[in-house]
Ligand binder design. Sequence first.
Ligand code: ZN
Length: 54
Amino acid sequence: MPLKLECPKCGDVCKANTEKDLLEIAEEHVKEEHPEMELDNKTVEDLKSMVKEV
Ligand SMILES: [Zn+2]
């Protein structure tokens, strides 16, 4: 089941087939586009809670 995650900062949509892949893509996106965003546990939990099935 494909999953998607919309970036809370810019609305960019990341897509992947597994939550693990999706979070890796999202972390890359945050590092490149939003270096001011801290990827601490809470942020990752927030991102996880925003994952939706496509
Ligand atoms: Zn973004």
